[in-house]
Design a protein around this ligand. Structure first.
Ligand SMILES: [Cu+2]
Length: 363
């Protein structure tokens, strides 16, 4: 059997090509939570369909143009004996043709594009689950995301919970500079501005945890301004809402209190009790609310309701482990430089452990 013979000078280029191919193929695994090519909701599916239509049309154009080029190159190739060919300068017919054909191509692409722009501009009146859309106010901050559910009275941060098959009606703005809200598998990117509302909507077709991010450079920690979209089953979403309602503290409403607040300090786990006190003496309470219900408006830090069980900290990118929480509390500026969580009194390992024990009771 004869093998393909590779001449010596080709060893390197061929080896490199092989390595490159291996790297490319390595991209063919998955899953791709950040990929817009795998839509998980209606809005993203509509945008994806325009994209794919354009790709297929472009493929046809590519084959026709490159095919014609190759054909001409081959058919009219020169022989060494050829004289100089006749020179042509300008052809009205050819110019009209190459103006009209692209115009037709653009017109064809415009039809699904404009149709989708109109379809995605309007929020549907009802969800597939028969309910009215769920309103959520999104506020971008340097560098985290705040989510308010005006009809449920809930404020939370960095974890956007929505029920499956319910259309979500997002009304978005910024507390400081321009950010952009983006959950790749559900909706297109959309800028959020101070003093101006922008909107976006989507309906999730599957449950799960999906990463989202800020997609507009908004300062030094822009790259760490992520969040998670949690698509819950209807029952899990109701349970989440009930827990948010339950963790309202007496301070604000007198309504049902959080588990750790309803127990007198003296009969509380001593570590948790100490953490609760430290939350005030270490000034955490100045910037953070632990209650999802009626928190003070315009607090500097993210709402911490449910922080004990959130997936991530630091705005969606650092796993919510005790070790990471400790590092965050003791050395915030090392973990995420420049964040507004600064000017705190020094916190020892012991104190951090107590604070963490207290925060873990926030579920
Ligand atoms: Cu941002």
């Amino acid at each position: 059997m004869r093998y393909l013979h590779v001449p010596r000078p080709w060893y390197r280029p061929v080896g490199l090509l092989g390595a490159l191919a291996a790297v490319l193929v390595a991209g063919c695994s998955g899953p791709y939570p950040q990929s817009t090519l795998e839509p998980r909701g209606d809005f993203a599916a509509m945008v994806d369909s325009v994209f794919m239509t354009t790709v297929y049309l472009a493929a046809v154009v590519f084959v026709l143009v490159e095919g014609a080029l190759l054909f001409v190159l081959f058919k009219f190739r020169g022989k060494p004996s050829d004289a100089d060919p006749k020179q042509i300068h300008g052809s009205t017919v050819v110019e009209i043709i190459w103006t009209i054909i692209p115009a037709v191509v653009l017109a064809v692409v415009a039809v699904p594009t404009v149709r989708t722009i109109f379809a995605t501009a309007a929020v549907p009146a009802t969800s597939p689950d028969g309910q009215p859309p769920l309103k959520v106010e999104v506020v971008g901050h340097q560098w985290f995301w705040e989510f308010r559910y005006p009809d449920l009275g809930i404020t939370t941060a960095n974890e956007l919970h929505v029920p499956i098959h319910r259309t979500v009606d997002l009304r978005m703005k910024s507390a400081d500079v321009i950010h952009a809200f983006w959950v790749p598998q559900f909706a297109g990117k959309r800028d959020v501005f101070p003093n101006r509302e922008t909107r976006l909507w989507f309906t999730a077709a599957v449950t799960g945890e999906f990463p989202g991010a800020c997609a507009e450079f908004c300062g030094t920690e822009h790259a760490r301004m992520d969040f998670y979209l949690m698509v819950d089953s209807a029952a899990a979403f109701t349970a989440w809402v009930d827990r948010r309602h339950a963790d309202s503290t007496m301070m604000y409403t007198g309504a049902p209190k959080h588990a750790a607040d309803s127990v007198p300090l003296a009969s509380m786990d001593p570590k948790v009790a100490r953490g609760k006190q430290l939350f005030t003496t270490k000034t955490c309470v100045v910037c953070h609310s632990l209650s999802a219900m009626n928190p003070f408006k315009d607090q500097i830090g993210p709402n911490l309701s449910g922080i004990g069980t959130r997936k991530m900290i630091g705005a969606g990118w650092l796993p919510n482990t005790d070790e990471n929480l400790r590092e965050w509390i003791e050395h915030t500026q090392k973990v995420k430089p420049d964040v507004l969580m600064k000017g705190l009194p020094p916190i020892s390992d012991d104190e951090a452990a107590a604070l963490i024990a207290y925060l873990r009771t926030m579920r």
